[in-house]
Design a protein around this ligand. Sequence first.
Ligand code: MTE
Length: 334
Amino acid sequence: MVKISPSEITPEHVFLNRRRFMAAAGATAGALALAGCSTTPLSGRATDLVESDSPAVVVRRPQNLPPALAHTEPTASVNQDELGDPLNKFEEITNYNNFYEFSTNKESVAREAAGFNSYPWQVEITGLVNNPMVLDIDDIYKRYPQEERIYRLRCVEAWSMVIPWVGFPISAILKDAEPKSEARYVRFVTVYRPEEMRGQRSGILDWPYQEGLRMDEAMHPLAILATGMYGKPLTNQQGAPIRLVVPWKYGFKSIKSVVTLEVTDTIPDTTWSAAAPHEYGFYANVNPNVNHPRWSQASERRIGENGRRPTLMFNGYEEEVAYLYAGMDLTRSY
Ligand code: MTE
């Protein structure tokens, strides 16, 4: 496990974003926590909620907040990533989604996911840990300071977006669980609710969706559990109420609607590498020099832009993460 302080490794933009976000008030964090407490039609507090104006965008906004907290529009603290590229629009990010539990059609995921109950919610941290935990999502908001992270998301299908996530490092939750000395990997599992998730009633993938990271990847300061986006709780189509975001890896690693983190000593099975082992590896690091067997990974289409742009090694996070793979043959598809 790497012993390195976040200030040594976290890129400047992350710190800047974090500072601005926290300064913009316990405000946004507070708003998020409150909103998170209220994101359910089942909670008996549904009257506190107003739906988003756009039928496809499932954001429930709490009413009766102090004016400073009651944003009428989703907000991000800055409008570009550290490379100077603009953020994708809220509508783009929430209407072009991969979430096979609901649909294989990216443009209908938002509609199909609209009735999903993402609150109340619990996350279990289990396996090779001294302190196994079951945390309510409300506890998670309270325990772990939420910060903004502006990251590129590069899908293995060669499209990308710039997304202002809100979340916290996975390392925070893992440290609290106290991994045992033999801990090597973390397995992540999506909720299994075929009654609410139409895709889970089909055999297109083995359900529930599972992913995994090596322990040092999971402990890396850029790897986060996201609970929000544009200063609001995650929409259902994005994996509400909590999902993984690992920005240097292809998007399929960023598993949605997570209910279990299991610390293991063996490499976890992952949904896509089980479905197509020759096409999707465990590591799945963004690499423009290693093509997918069926298409090039050298360039990508940024949603909202015309034409293509070159894909960057480790999705532009090479300086921060390359050391994790020292000695590995990166020309191989893992
Ligand atoms: N997580 C689950 N549970 N189910 C999925 O189908 N799709 C993955 C990933 N996480 C997926 C998932 C893929 S292929 C991508 S590219 C990203 O989610 C897309 O995230 P987004 O819809 O928020 O852009």
